[in-house]
Design a protein around this ligand. Structure first.
Ligand code: NAG
Ligand code: NAG
Length: 348
């Protein structure tokens, strides 16, 4: 009988040992496990030295604990060894939603850093969708991800000016030195241009004789620049202006014996006109030179039709246009005859 009872108790004890769990750290019980019900939790801010702590009252909670700070976690949310090492730090760019976060893996670090250009008090997104971060005003940005701030002053970076660029499109030093200038005669399409080479300077200066608000061609084909009225021009390329008042140069008509597409010189000093080729001529202000007719020839830069003379070995009137008569042996009589007629005509 005693033997049977003993065996039963032994089996029960064994069963109890198998089915019960040891008290977790910061909890205790009379047996050190939960065989008699839940283990008792230490008062907030205190902890036991280990799990399976045996005790009947809070006096076994001898360790003074602190809550794990934001950005760290532990199984019970407390730094169980009291010196900080009991909390695990979140991976860079992540954080916990609060102090005293309970967790046994990085999944406890449910907050992600605010993206560059946004900020929050903690530097982290409180809702997991980005809505917990406030966006910087247009043309400004934060120096990095995870920027802490409660106002737009956190947005300390300003956009690179038009004509300059940086990888982020923002000036990293606050004084403009963080933006690279485009080569002379080129510009960026806008402020805040992102780029790492001069290829982002896609705008070219307006040609002389044209202008635009920025001095650059906004469409890359010249259509972004307005042409000056005929006979006027801008003093240089890249002229900024909103009206024909930018066309302060008064151009001269191309002199006789030369021409240009506009009929004017290009700089007000007579430059930009092309001399008429041999066997052609022009009056002042010409867009093309006129060819001599009837095989007549003229020197380059001729200014009048009368400069067109009969080629050697032939002769004709000085009018610059008439057919020339060969003065070689067979035609000599005719030449004499024509000359006589002309001489007679000139008498009357
Ligand atoms: C025109 O000539 C003047 C005098 O030589 C010179 O000072 C000026 O720069 C010239 N203008 C242009 C547009 O070349
Ligand atoms: C021009 O010269 C060519 C070649 O010498 C000749 O054949 C032609 O008849 C000449 N034309 C006139 C209008 O004299």
């Amino acid at each position: 009988m005693n033997k049977k009872l003993f065996t039963l108790i032994a089996v029960l004890c064994l069963l109890e040992g198998v089915l019960s769990d040891p008290c977790a750290i910061c909890t205790f019980s009379a047996s050190g496990d939960d065989s008699a019900g839940q283990c008792t939790a230490c008062d907030s801010g205190t902890c036991t030295t280990s799990e399976s702590t045996i005790g009947n009252d809070q006096s076994v909670c001898t360790v003074t604990t602190k809550s794990c700070p934001i950005g760290t976690y532990s199984a019970n949310g407390y730094d169980t060894n009291g010196n900080g090492a009991g909390c695990t730090s979140c991976n860079p760019g992540t954080s916990t939603p609060s102090t005293q976060t309970q967790g046994t893996s990085q999944t406890a670090c449910s907050l992600n850093a605010c993206a560059q250009g946004t900020y929050s008090a903690s530097g982290f997104d409180t809702d997991g969708n980005g809505a917990g971060c406030t966006s910087c005003n247009p043309g400004t940005s934060t120096p990095s991800t995870q920027t802490q701030g409660t106002g737009q002053t956190a947005c300390s970076l300003n956009a690179c000016a038009q004509g300059t660029y940086s990888a982020s499109g923002f000036d990293t030093d606050g004084h403009g030195a963080g933006c690279t200038s485009c080569n002379p005669g080129t510009s960026t399409p806008s402020t805040q241009t992102q780029g790492t080479s001069q290829t982002v300077c896609s705008l070219n200066a307006c040609a002389q004789g044209t202008y635009s608000a920025s001095g650059f061609d906004t469409d890359g084909n010249g259509a972004g620049c307005t042409s000056c009225n005929p006979g006027t021009s801008t003093p240089s390329t890249q002229t900024q202006g909103a009206s024909q008042q930018s066309c302060i140069l008064i151009l001269k008509a191309c002199p006789a014996g030369s021409y240009s597409a506009s009929s004017f010189d290009s700089d007000g000093n007579g430059t930009g006109c092309t001399l008429c080729a041999i066997n052609t001529y022009s009056a002042a202000g010409a867009t093309t030179c006129t060819s001599c007719t009837n095989n007549r020839t003229s020197p380059a830069g001729s200014t009048d039709v009368t400069a067109c003379v009969c080629p050697s070995g032939s002769a004709g009137p000085q009018d610059g246009t008439s057919v020339c008569i060969s003065s070689t042996t067979s035609g000599q009589k005719l030449t004499v005859f024509v000359s006589l007629i002309l001489a007679l005509l000139s008498l009357f």
